[in-house]
Design a binder for this molecule. Structure first.
Ligand SMILES: [Cu+2]
Length: 436
């Protein structure tokens, strides 16, 4: 039976800081998500022994060096020539030659010493989003530290006393630096894992960009009209396929450092539970089932599910404008317009002109319509049944029996009779349904 005090305490936790301080000051520390006493002295966590390492599609994990029991890491802030998908490259800012930066991975109780070298043309800092640490390590320029000038290297050092899905990004000229790609994921494994063992643990950073077709510099001042939407800064068809063995227990962690938009990430063929935020794990009794997880700006969400359904399963942001690539934006609306004769009249002025969109915009990606150099067509890429009509924040989860690695197994071979196809007029007539 819960006591009255327990009930008051849990109510206070739900209601936030004000209630907390009035009703349960002594329990405040208990609300931190940790399986480890804050002052515990433990050995550095070892990959494979203490945790199953995460996989960041299209990206890597930051290496560390062990020095006197401290995990030493090095991030170099610099300009990066980044490919969003075959056909589109841009000058972005990132870390260690890539954007987003490498995923930081460690274990609750680890002590980290992270050196940050600035090779940008302006100052920077790194803020460790959601990580509980001393105020002076929080990386807010002007408030908790001096900015790191070009050419300087700063040292950050702190002990991890929580676990969960965190992020890192600058807190200096945020609009420019985050808008140009300076961000990364920061995964902290529990010292004593609870719950079912996770077989595959995928990490995604969600972000959005404005890159005018034909240009090669993202515009960080854009506030509304983003035209490149990315998983780990790649747009489909540039996103890695996600591979899982039938029956695997899969975790997916999403962080969102887009300038303006939340992203509802939808997975086909499976149901998952939302198991964590950037404040830590959600108790099993409070997890709820979903097929779409909304990842707000400046937040992380972790979901878990059993990959119990063989096939090729789309995973994408459900905002339809976020499944588009550059050339699909800002078009005139010609739906239902009688465009007969327009092409003939315009051809003498613009030889490559072709009116499009009067019957809908499906198929525009595969028309091979001419696009400016260094830009992506409206959407998609070739699939096993024709053209896949989605681009941007889109990828495919491939669930197969007997898979052992992460190599793309190719397209799913559907059992006979299990693929939707055209119905015959006879069949429709027999059922009394009107045929076209
Ligand atoms: Cu979205």
């Amino acid at each position: 039976m819960p006591t009255r005090r327990d009930i008051l305490t849990s109510t206070a936790v739900l209601a936030g800081g004000a209630m907390l301080s009035r009703l349960a000051p002594a329990r405040a520390a208990d609300t931190m998500p940790t399986t480890l006493p804050i002052d515990a002295d433990v050995d550095p966590g070892v990959p494979g022994r203490d945790y199953t390492p995460v996989v960041t599609p299209n990206n890597v994990t930051l290496p560390y060096k062990l020095v006197d029991g401290v995990k030493v890491m090095h991030l170099i802030a610099e300009e990066v020539d980044h490919e969003f998908a075959p056909g589109l490259r841009a000058k972005c800012w990132g870390y260690n030659g890539r954007t987003p930066g490498p995923t930081i991975e460690a274990v609750e109780g680890d002590r980290l010493r992270i050196f940050v070298t600035n090779r940008l043309p302006e100052p920077t800092t790194i803020h460790w989003h959601g990580v509980l640490l001393p105020s002076g390590m929080d990386g807010v320029s002007g408030l908790t530290q001096k900015p790191i000038a070009p050419g300087e290297t700063f040292r950050y050092e702190f002990t991890l006393r929580q676990h969960g899905t965190q992020m890192y990004h600058p807190h200096f000229d945020e609009m420019t630096q985050v808008g140009l790609g300076m961000m990364g994921m920061f995964i902290i494994h529990p010292r004593r894992p609870e719950g079912p063992r996770i077989d595959r643990d995928f990490v995604f950073m969600l972000s959005e960009w404005r890159i005018r077709p034909g240009t090669s510099r993202p515009d960080p001042t854009e506030m509304t009209d983003f035209n490149v939407l990315t998983f780990n800064h790649r747009a489909y068809p540039g996103t890695d396929a996600l591979v899982a063995r039938l029956g695997d227990r899969v975790r997916m962690r999403f962080g969102n450092l887009s300038a303006m938009d939340h992203h509802p990430i939808h997975l086909h063929g499976h149901r998952f539970k939302i198991v964590g935020t950037d404040a830590g794990p959600i108790p099993a009794s409070a997890q709820w089932p979903e097929v779409t997880v909304l990842v707000p700006v400046g937040s992380t969400r972790a979901v878990e599910f059993s990959a119990d359904n063989s096939g090729d399963w789309a995973m994408h942001c459900h905002m339809v404008h976020h499944m588009m690539n550059q050339m699909g934006h800002g078009l005139p609306n010609l739906l239902g317009v009688n465009t007969a004769g327009i092409d003939d009249k315009i051809a003498p002025l613009l030889p490559s002109y072709m009116t499009m969109g009067e019957t809908g915009m499906g198929g525009m990606g595969e028309m091979g319509m001419s696009v400016p150099r260094n830009s992506l067509p409206m959407r998609g890429g070739p699939g096993p049944f024709g053209y896949i009509d989605m681009g941007g924040m889109f990828t495919v989860l491939k669930v197969r029996d007997g898979i052992t690695g992460y190599d793309d197994p190719g397209w799913y071979k559907h059992p006979d009779g299990s693929v939707a196809g055209p119905a015959s007029v006879d069949e429709l007539k027999t059922l009394g349904l009107s045929a076209p």
